[in-house]
Design a binder for this molecule. Structure first.
Ligand SMILES: [Zn+2]
Length: 317
């Protein structure tokens, strides 16, 4: 009984501490209708949540900001896939691992078969060993090569959505809590734009490494067999207002207290956190959009007065 009373006092205190803290946080929405002084805010209870690390005092404010941010991400033209820095064959010739004739033969084989990566052809024709191709890829992308089979990522944020790992042929490999760094292994090409979005959505640092293509593909295949209850995929999406509506409805239904989002390839990706669990929402954007020019369109949804200008110019840079 005594214990119960004490707990009750504690939760009461916690609630007021939280309310006091939130009362001092300004709302991220410039056009926020809530009272501006901390004292009046203290008297009107706020159910604040975070969006991209910014505090919003009530669901309505967060929803407005969320829809504007989704609209911005929707307009973005994803960067072209990164080009290989130095052609793999050339690099391997320079290393003395292949002869010029072998590269020509492999290229001809690839061309007539119309399939397969050039690295696979080097192996298939017996010109290069299984270790040499990933080593060359590591040199090509200037990052370490990983051969260990241990992929037990114990990151506090769990796995990446499978569709995203699949699109970029990548797998989280290792997480270092001390530096909040997630190492991600790529099987084909290192995509820094994808890493940038993962940084933002998971709120961590990412570092790329290279791993044998077949191993990455095999592990992704294994993952495909497992149930993935924390991911919801929609698409193809033709309307950014629809994405905004669906996102806002999930945020409210799940009672998410922290939402982060970003554009990754053809996806708008949202991670909704509720306490210690999370849900990933993936909106696959329709790729054949004839009216979409190769630049940012004028946003159709009203934007936040000042902050939107700032972030738009940041995207255009
Ligand atoms: Zn507000």
């Amino acid at each position: 009984m005594h214990m119960h009373k004490m707990l009750k006092t504690l939760t009461w205190q916690n609630r007021w501490t939280r309310r006091w803290q939130q009362a001092h946080l300004p709302c991220g929405l410039l056009s926020c209708p809530s009272p501006k002084s901390p004292w009046s805010r203290l008297l009107t209870p706020r159910t604040g949540t975070l969006l991209q690390g910014v505090f919003y005092c009530q669901p309505k404010c967060q929803e407005t900001a969320l829809k504007a941010q989704v609209a911005q991400l929707y307009q973005l033209t994803p960067p072209a896939p990164p080009s290989n820095r130095i052609p793999l064959g050339l690099l391997m010739v320079a290393r003395g691992w292949l002869t010029h004739e072998q590269v020509v033969t492999a290229l001809a084989a690839q061309q007539s078969a119309q399939t397969g990566k050039i690295g696979d052809w080097f192996e298939k024709l017996g010109f290069a060993s299984e270790q040499q191709v990933p080593s060359a890829l590591g040199l090509q992308w200037g990052c370490p090569v990983v051969s260990s089979l241990d992929t037990t990522v114990n990151a506090p944020f769990g796995w990446l959505p499978l569709a995203i790992m699949d699109a970029f042929q990548m797998i989280p490999l290792h997480f270092v809590p001390a530096t909040n760094t997630l190492y991600i292994a790529f099987g084909e090409r290192v995509d820094h734009a994808a890493l940038f979005t993962i940084d933002k959505v998971l709120n961590c640092r990412t570092r790329p490494c290279v791993r044998e293509r077949k191993t990455v593909a095999y592990e992704l295949e294994q993952m495909r067999q497992q149930p993935r209850t924390q991911e919801v995929e929609f698409g193809p999406m033709h309307d950014c207002a629809e994405i905004g509506r669906v996102s806002a409805s999930y945020v409210s239904r799940l009672g998410a207290d922290d939402t982060r989002l970003g554009r990754i390839g053809k996806y708008v990706w949202l991670r909704l956190k509720t306490g210690t669990s999370h849900t990933d929402l993936l909106f696959r954007l329709a790729s054949e959009d004839p009216i979409r020019p190769n630049v940012l369109r004028t946003p159709r949804t009203p934007m936040l007065p000042v902050s939107s200008d700032v972030s738009l110019s940041a995207f255009q840079r």
